[in-house]
Ligand binder design. Structure first.
Ligand code: ATP
Ligand code: MG
Ligand code: MG
Length: 433
């Protein structure tokens, strides 16, 4: 869209920096201060300021950013700052990013506004159980209380800095060794000693382990004037809490007894609405519930329960893995919708073009997996054979579980794309598929 993009990222060769070279845009090539990417942490206030000076609109692709610095920039630069001197906009608003980056506060905010979520409780530190040589002991009574209330398995989650399931722990029982293992995993000793460490009482929360039949996600774009557009509901397949595969659109669950597709409905479901429509409506309502500053695209993760009801899992205030399929399968991708929204342009209506689409994440399974993907007998060759779209991100290092790229297939039917995904997964190491 010929919109120059300047990127702040700690890595000199970050994928986004590779994809965009702002200084080559004619309007900026000849100026004395050409646009330049910024190398620095998402939490570095000075770097955020440096970025803000170069732009008219500032947005995020990750929620783990310095919200206080973004707020300052948004306030100080609202009318006179930024590249043009006419002020900058920060979308989504820093306060909304702040709510989302604390997963417990996010749940409190949404539940208060009537968005259905799995029951949850904060895990607080009991000061009477504190001992200087065993600070984790102070959390045990609160964990056991949540276990008593919700039963086991119990989902324990870090409130902050979670991604790809890092920060989740499924607690199997109330046995002291299980509880200890959970706390040690979620509150590592190294995080206790730092002077800037968060108080123990703000670290964790517990959720009922939701026995969902499917995981569902909907991408929603919301403009500054409050209009929303929803992409189709999709099915996301997670393994070890990491998204592996996405199928679009979501197909209603099949009754295991007779193999016939059934349209399930929750108690409050409106008669005549499909689960896809309800998921889209719920996702749009959840984004509206964030408030006026909810501008941009948002990934809304949900659980589809056996009775057909939908529970919201979490919101990502940015383009999302479950929306990568939109690049090939929709008239406008999640990224283009994000641009329209944050640039205050009218939001394009969404159309899903093929009968079916699916996306397979290329997760690192070893330090060399990145090169293995490209082998003549590797997954990229298989994708070429299937006519699939290949996206390799150009990340510098490959680690186990790291998202290194993805492949999108389009097909004539859900069965067709499932067959293609199975063929791709078969080329990857056995434990992958
Ligand atoms: P993301 O990479 O999506 O940001 P995250 O680290 O923030 O992930 P969640 O989305 O909270 O973590 O959880 C990751 C996965 O763990 C979910 O997609 C789901 O598979 C599982 N999960 C999370 N919460 C629950 C729950 N209450 N009950 C059952 N499974 C859950
Ligand atoms: Mg998350
Ligand atoms: Mg998630």
């Amino acid at each position: 869209m010929a919109i120059p993009v300047v990127v702040l990222d700690p890595e000199l060769t970050a994928p986004a920096k590779q994809a965009s070279q702002p200084q080559v845009f004619p309007a900026f090539a000849s100026t004395s201060a050409p646009l330049r990417h910024v190398d620095g942490a998402f939490t570095d206030a000075a770097k955020i300021r440096e970025l803000a000076q170069q732009v008219d609109v500032l947005t995020v692709e990750i929620e783990h950013v310095n919200v206080a610095a973004l707020k300052e920039v948004a306030d100080e630069c609202a009318t006179t700052g930024g590249r043009s001197g006419k002020g900058i906009k920060v979308y989504p608003s820093p306060s909304i990013i702040g709510i989302i980056q604390d997963k417990y506060l996010q749940k409190v905010h949404l539940a208060k506004r009537g968005v259905p979520v799995a029951p949850f409780l904060p895990i607080t530190a009991d000061s009477s159980a504190v001992s200087s040589d065993d600070p984790l002991a102070s959390l045990v009574p609160s964990v056991l209380e949540a276990g008593e209330k919700f039963g086991y398995p119990l989902m324990l989650k870090s409130r902050h800095l979670a991604y790809d399931g890092k920060g989740n722990f499924v607690l199997r029982s109330s046995s002291p060794s299980d509880v200890r293992a959970a706390l040690e995993a979620l509150v590592p000793a190294s995080s206790l000693s730092s002077p800037s460490a968060r108080p123990l009482t703000d670290r964790l929360y517990a959720e009922l382990f939701a026995p969902f039949v499917k995981e569902v996600a909907v991408m929603v774009a919301r403009g500054a004037s409050g209009e929303t557009r929803a992409y189709p509901a999709v099915e996301t397949i997670h393994r070890d809490s990491v998204c592996h595969i996405v199928y679009a659109p979501l197909r209603p669950p099949v009754d295991p007894k007779n193999g016939v597709g059934r349209e399930q409905r929750g108690q409050n479901a409106v008669v005549g609405k499909s689960v896809n429509e309800r998921a889209q409506e719920d996702a749009q309502k959840a984004i509206d519930a964030l408030g006026e500053g909810a501008v941009g695209v948002f990934g809304v993760e949900m659980f589809l329960m056996a009775d057909g009801s939908l529970l919201l899992n979490e919101i990502a205030p940015r383009p999302h893995n479950s929306g990568h399929y939109t690049i090939e399968a929709c008239n406008v991708s999640q990224y283009v919708s994000h641009l329209y929204a944050i640039l205050s342009l009218p939001l394009p209506p969404i159309t899903f073009t093929p009968p079916a689409a699916a996306m397979l994440n290329l997760l690192g399974y070893s330090d060399s997996a990145k090169d293995d993907f490209l082998r003549p007998d590797g997954v990229v060759a298989k994708a070429v054979e299937l006519g699939a779209a290949i996206h390799l991100y150009g990340k510098a290092g490959c680690r186990k579980g790291r998202k290194m790229g993805h492949i999108t297939v389009l097909g004539a039917s859900d069965a067709d794309v499932r067959t293609k995904i199975a063929q791709l997964a078969a080329v990857l190491p056995g434990s992958y598929a």
